[in-house]
Each structure stands twice: as C-alpha cells, then as structure tokens.
Design a protein around this ligand. Structure first.
Ligand SMILES: [Zn+2]
Length: 465
C-alpha cells in the first residue's frame, strides 16, 4: 500500500512538474534564463573571475528590455566591477530612490570536490544546483528579471528604483565600498533592500515557520594579543613567562561578560521568537524582551550559542601561537581574539574594555583588518507592510521577525553610509538544506518558482501608483 501511494504521489508530482513547464510564464522563463546564464559564469575570486561577464551580460539584458543606455552602468575598481541600473520613476516625483542590493561574485568551488559541475546550473526533480544558485545569484536573477518584467509591463514607479550589485562581496568588498561611499546618486536613497539575506524558514514538511528580515549586522573585529618575555634556557626557569602571562589574560577574557545591549529591533526579535518557541527558553526570551535588565533571563540566553549574540557583544579566543623551541622559554605568546560587537558600540571602546579585562599593561594589542561599524536599521511600517504582503501571498499568517546578523553582507556598508538597509530575500527553505558557501550548493525548485512575484509585489507597494 505504501509503495502504491508513493508511486501515485510520484506520478502526480511529475504531472505537476510538466504542467508547470508548459504553463511557464514569460517572467518565469526569463528569470530561469538569467539564473542559468549567470550560474554558468565562474565569478569566484580564484576562478575565472567572471563577475565582469555577469555585469556585461546583465547590462545587455536591461538594454534589450528598454532601459536607457545611460541608466545601466558598469562601475570599475581595478579589475573589479559593480553594476548600477536605474529604473526611472515619474519625473515630478519628490520621493527618494530605493536601492536593491546583491552581489555578482561567488565563493570559490573546486569542481573535483563537487558531485555536479559547480559552474553550470543543473537540476533534478526537486532542486537547482550550482555555485551561487543560492548565494546570491538567486537574488540577482530574481530582482533583475523583476525590473525587466515591470519595464515590459509599462510600470512607472513613483520614485527611482536603483539596482546596486557589487562584484566582490565575498572577499574584499572594494566595489561595495565604491557603491556605498563614492556615489552621491546612490547616497540619496531613502533606504535599501538587500537580496542577499533574510528569507523564510520551512520545516521538513514544507510549512513556513517564520520570515526573517535582516535589520542589522554586528561589527566583526579581531585582535591579536601578545605577551613578550626575554625567554632563556628551559633548564633555568624564571618566574615570569610569556605563555603564563598570556594564559592569565585569556582566562580573564573567558570570565568576562560584556554588558547586555538591546534595541527595539532585538527586543521585538526576542518577543516574537519567544512566543514561537515557547517552553522555558521561550519564556526567558519573553522575559528579556519585557525587561532586558532581567539578569536571570539574559544569563539563560547567554548559554544559547544561537541567541547570545543578539544580547551583547561577544569576544572569543580562536587561535594560539607561542614559543619557538621545546627547550627554550617562550619569547612571545599570541592569542587571536575574535569579537562581534553590538551595533552602536565602537571598536575602540571594546579594545579599551579588553585591555582592562586582561589587566596587564604589557600585553600588546594589534587589531587586524579594517572593521566596519554599522548602525541598526530600525523597522519602518511601509517597508514591513510591503514585505508582509509579498510573504503572505505565499505563506499567509507567517510571522515576520527582524534579526541581527553576525556580520558579512554588503548591507553593513550601506548602513554605515547612512542608508537604512533590510535584507528581504524571496527565498523560503528548510535551514538544514542550506549549502551556501559549501559543497553542492542547491535551491529547491519550489523556492525558485515561489519567489517569482516576491519583488514585484514589494516594488508595487513601495513605488506603485
Ligand atoms: Zn551572499
């Protein structure tokens, strides 16, 4: 009997799949064509570096759809490229533009490690496969095809809509910086919507649990802290020792709790997530949302690795390097301390706190890289309503929950530049199926076809007549 049902179900599914092919709209066909073409271009840094090809190909698609030559611009930073596309609104409009973000580059993929060729869009009954099929060529294809669709429909927005795609989001973010800080025309935007994060979570049965809106990113910053010592022969130990000094510093960092931090956005996150989770953890979340100074609640959340980061700055020791010979006293000992700083707290302040915590003036601090501090984008009713409409068209009643990410999308630079940014991808999938950055990256076909109207609903709400 079970076999029979399975067989029957398989039959029904394949008939549906065929029907979908036959009935595929022009928009679905165009979106798939763009998706297939750009996944087929290796735009990883170590690969063929074909982000310029992606930009060139998309430009031609926009021109063919009727966008003016001058409104489609490939911007360059050395060998790197970004893409700006302006969908002109009504001439007399006084409303400021909306930006749409995404990135054309992908993480490297070593073909010999993959079951399928990474730089080709392949498929079976349930999935599309390929590097970038999720991150972020899904978003690039969906928003690009939506611009083309609306143009062909003759839609005239009541404000300018501007695509700003970066070309090296996964690596140096040079083109992101160019777009966020060096373009006065983009700086005028009222806000930005990012295709590269956010989205819906499904359970194994395919029911929607929540829809997440990325509204903030913590600041990612790393220090190397070093203890030094004259050292000497290990047969004649001296009381002071670089490794011991560093160990003391590390133990102090381990014991230190950064103070609790919150915003309207994070309290809302805990209220909603607490209601949804229920149980003793859910109660702690709701107690925290009610009163973030409730120590019992914040201590409870502190032992949850998934949630501690939304309650405070965190720092953790991730690497060690010390000594130079088995029979010599160490001349230096270095630990790597990686921190995720709560928005609104400066990196300089955290360095000051860490120096007090290690309580040893002789420990040297060296900050690595150039951290980007960005504020929280507090929610706006009009944006929430537009996203809610798009989400509820597919999954009625699902809750929209804003969240803070540990850091890593183009959004942080736009937020830093003063443009509130929310990531609101049209992707709905089971988090366990997420292989972005990993091997055999894939996207359920249902997620791809389900998202076809996501951006046009949002755009018509925010810029329609
Ligand atoms: Zn991405």
């Amino acid at each position: 009997m079970r076999f029979f049902i399975k067989y029957l179900l398989g039959f029904v599914l394949s008939v549906t799949a065929v029907a979908q092919d036959v009935a595929m709209s022009d928009h679905a066909r165009k979106t798939l064509e763009i998706y297939r073409t750009i996944v087929g271009m290796d735009s990883s840094k170590l690969g063929a570096a074909r982000a310029p090809d992606v930009a060139q190909y998309l430009s031609e698609e926009f021109w063919a759809a009727g966008f003016a030559k001058a409104d489609v611009e490939i911007v360059k930073k050395g060998d790197l490229v970004g893409l700006i596309v302006k969908y002109r609104g009504k001439k007399d409009s006084r409303k400021k533009p909306i930006l749409f973000l995404g990135h054309m580059d992908v993480v490297e993929a070593n073909a010999s490690d993959w079951v399928r060729p990474p730089f080709e869009l392949t498929e079976d009954d349930a999935y599309f496969y390929g590097r970038g099929s999720d991150d972020n060529k899904f978003g690039i294809a969906q928003i690009s095809a939506t611009f083309i669709r609306l143009k062909k429909e003759g839609f005239v927005p009541d404000r300018d809509l501007i695509i700003a795609f970066s070309g090296d989001e996964e690596t140096g973010m040079e083109t992101t910086r160019l777009l966020a800080y060096e373009r006065p025309d983009l700086a005028e935007a009222e806000f930005a919507l990012n295709t590269d994060a956010g989205g819906g979570d499904l359970d194994v049965a395919g029911n929607a649990l929540t829809y997440r809106i990325q509204a903030a990113e913590k600041t990612y910053v790393t220090w190397e802290i070093t203890a030094r010592n004259p050292g000497g022969h290990s047969s004649r130990p001296r009381p002071d020792n670089a490794i011991y000094d560093l160990a003391d510093a590390i133990k102090n960092i381990q014991a230190y709790k950064f103070p609790v931090r919150w915003s309207d956005m994070t309290l809302n996150f805990f209220e909603e997530t607490g209601q949804q989770l229920g149980g003793e953890l859910g109660d702690a979340m709701r107690a925290f949302a009610e009163d973030p100074m409730d120590v019992k609640a914040s201590d409870r959340l502190m032992i949850e690795s998934s949630y501690v980061g939304s309650t405070r700055t965190t720092c953790v020791v991730t690497m060690l390097r010390a000594g130079h010979a088995e029979n010599a006293m160490p001349q230096s000992a270095t630990a790597t301390v990686n921190c995720r700083v709560f928005p609104g707290v400066s990196v300089a302040e955290i360095e000051g706190v860490l120096k007090k915590v290690v309580a040893n003036d002789a420990i040297e601090f060296v900050m690595l890289g150039d951290p980007t501090e960005s504020p929280i984008s507090e929610l706006r009713d009009d944006v929430m309503a537009a996203v809610r409409k798009a989400v509820h068209a597919r999954y009625p009643n699902v809750k929209l929950i804003p969240y803070m990410e540990s850091g890593g999308t183009d959004g942080m630079h736009f937020r830093k530049a003063g443009i509130p940014t929310w990531a609101v991808s049209g992707m709905f999938m089971n988090p366990d199926e997420m292989f972005a950055h990993g091997l055999n990256e894939r996207v359920p076909k249902k997620a791809f076809y389900g998202a076809l109207d996501h951006w046009s609903i949002i755009i018509k709400e925010l810029a329609g007549p």
